[in-house]
Design a protein. Structure first.
Length: 427
C-alpha cells in the first residue's frame, strides 16, 4: 500500500511556511505537533458559534453543551473507553495528574507504596513524589536497562508487594522513544492489587490506544502532541472515578466527568481535540483500508481512528529506520535508544542522540539557524538522562518525525548535521 503523504501534508498549513525563503522542518513534534486545518476551523467555529458557558439553555450555550459532549465521545473513541463520561478534560497532562493525585491520595495511608519509573517524563513522577512527601508514602523506582533501553519486567516483580497501591509508567518514552509493554505491566500490577497510571502522551500520536485491552486504571495524554490544540485528557476506570472523592468547588456537579473537570473548561480546546480525532478518522476512512479489518469489533469513528494510527505508524517506522541509518553514518554520533531493525516496532520515531565532543544545545541552535526545529537537553525526562549518564553533559538532541514528515526533510537534517557537528565540536 502506498502512503498518501501529499494528501496528508496538504491538511497542515504550517508545513509549507517559509522564513526568509527557507522552508521549516518540524522535528520538534514530541514537544508539540502541528495542527491540521480542520482543527483550526473547528476551534474558530466554536468561538464564533458556540461561545457561551454551559447549561444556559439558550442557543450558544446549547451549542457549547454539544461541543463538550462531542469532545468526550471523540476521546472515548480515540482511547476505546467504555463510556464518554470516563473522559476528563483539563489544561494538560501534568495538571490533570497533579489534580487526580490529590483524590487518589485520599485512599492511601502512610507506608503504602507507589512505583514510578526511571524512564518516565517528570509529569508522571513528580506528582507521586509530592504525594509521597505529603502522606508518608514509600516510593519505589523501576529502572530500565540502559543498553536495551527497555524495562526488565522481572525488576517490576521484585518491587511489587502487598503494600503497592499504584504503578505509574509511561507508554512511550519522550526521550529514548521506547514503547513499553503496558499491558504486561498492568497485568502484573493488577495481580498485586495495585492501580496503574499510564502516561500515554508520547504514544498517542503514533499507536492506537485501547484502554480496555490494556486493562489500565488511568491513562493520560495531551491533544497538542497528537495534532490538536493545547488540551489535556485523562481517562479513568469508571468504578474508580466514582469511588474517589474529587477536589472541586461545592456547587460543581458530583457526576462524571464534571466532578473532576474543575472550573470552566477550554471549550475551543475540546472542539479542536474532537477535530483531531476526526482528522485521524478521515485518514482511516480514506487511506487505511488495509488496517480497518483489524478493528471489526469497533464501529464508525472508533474503527477508522485506530486503523489510521496503524497506517501512520507503519510509515513512521520506515522514517525512523531511515533516520537511524543516516545518524549512524555520522562520526561520533551515538543514538540513545533502540536501533535494531527487528525491534523498530518497539519504539516510536522519536530518535535522540549525543555527539562526542559537542554540546547538544549547540547542535540544536545551529540547526535552528537552518530552520530545522529540534529539541535538546533532557526534555523533562530527567531520570532518563541521569540513568544514561548524560545529565551533566547536557543531554541529547531529539529528532521527532511524525506521520507528516518525509525522507527529504531527514536528508536535509543529515546534511546540516554533517556540516554543523565539526562547528559544534569546536564551539
Ligand atoms: C511523556 C510525556 N508525559 C507528559 C508530558 C507533559 O504533558 P503536558 O504538557 O500535557 O503536561 C510530556 C510533555 O512533553 C511528555 O512528553
Amino acid at each position: 500500500m502506498t502512503y498518501d503523504l501529499g494528501a496528508i501534508r496538504d491538511q497542515f498549513p504550517s508545513l509549507s511556511r517559509k522564513d526568509d525563503g527557507v522552508l521549516r522542518v518540524y522535528f520538534d513534534n514530541p514537544a508539540g505537533t502541528q495542527v491540521s486545518k480542520c482543527i483550526v476551523e473547528s476551534m474558530s467555529a466554536c468561538l464564533i458559534e458556540s461561545n457561551a458557558n454551559i447549561l444556559g439553555g439558550f442557543t450558544t450555550s446549547n451549542r457549547a453543551d454539544a461541543v463538550i459532549a462531542n469532545a468526550h465521545q471523540a476521546m472515548a473513541d480515540f482511547l476505546n473507553a467504555a463510556s464518554a463520561d470516563e473522559i476528563i478534560f483539563g489544561q494538560n497532562m501534568t495538571t490533570l495528574t497533579l489534580h487526580i493525585s490529590r483524590s487518589i491520595g485520599r485512599t492511601l495511608k502512610p507506608g503504602d507504596e507507589i512505583i514510578v519509573s526511571r524512564m518516565d517524563h517528570d509529569a508522571n513522577i513528580a506528582p507521586w513524589l509530592l504525594l509521597a512527601e505529603d502522606l508518608n508514602l514509600t516510593i519505589k523506582w523501576l529502572p530500565f536497562n540502559t543498553e536495551t533501553f527497555e524495562f526488565d519486567l522481572g525488576e517490576l516483580d521484585k518491587l511489587l508487594t502487598e503494600k503497592t497501591r499504584l504503578v505509574c509508567v509511561g507508554a512511550a518514552s519522550n526521550l529514548t522513544g521506547t514503547i513499553n509493554d503496558v499491558k504486561a505491566i498492568c497485568a502484573k500490577a493488577k495481580a498485586a492489587g495495585a492501580w496503574t497510571y499510564i502516561d500515554a502522551v508520547q504514544l498517542a500520536p503514533h499507536v492506537p490506544i485501547d484502554v480496555q485491552d490494556l486493562d489500565c486504571d488511568f491513562l493520560a495524554c495531551s491533544a497538542y502532541k497528537f495534532f490538536g490544540p493545547h488540551q489535556g485528557i485523562l481517562w479513568g476506570r469508571r468504578e474508580i472515578l466514582e469511588s474517589l472523592q474529587p477536589y472541586k468547588a461545592r456547587p460543581a456537579t458530583n457526576d462524571l466527568p464534571g466532578r473532576f473537570e474543575t472550573g470552566t473548561q477550554s471549550h475551543e480546546g475540546m472542539a479542536g481535540t474532537a477535530a483531531a480525532v476526526d482528522y485521524f478518522a478521515w485518514v482511516g476512512e480514506n487511506f487505511a483500508q488495509d488496517y480497518v479489518g483489524s478493528y471489526q469489533q469497533f464501529q464508525g469513528r472508533r474503527k477508522y481512528v485506530h486503523a489510521a494510527l496503524d497506517y501512520m505508524f507503519a510509515y513512521e517506522s520506515d522514517l525512523a529506520s531511515y533516520l537511524i541509518d543516516g545518524l549512524h553514518g555520522l562520526p561520533g554520533v551515538v543514538i540513545q535508544g533502540i536501533t535494531a531493525k527487528d525491534a523498530i516496532d518497539r519504539r516510536v520515531p522519536t530518535v535522540s542522540f549525543t555527539a562526542e565532543g559537542a554540546i547538544s544545545a549547540n547542535i540544536a541552535a545551529l540547526l535552528a539557524q537552518q530552520n530545522i526545529f529540534v529539541w535538546s537537553g533532557h526534555s523533562y525526562a530527567v531520570e532518563v538522562v541521569k540513568a544514561l549518564g548524560i545529565y551533566e553533559s547536557g543531554g541529547v538532541v531529539r529528532i521527532g518525525p511524525v506521520h507528516y514528515n518525509n525522507t527529504a526533510e531527514i536528508d536535509r537534517l543529515l546534511l546540516a548535521l554533517d556540516e554543523i557537528l565539526p562547528k559544534a565540536r569546536a564551539a
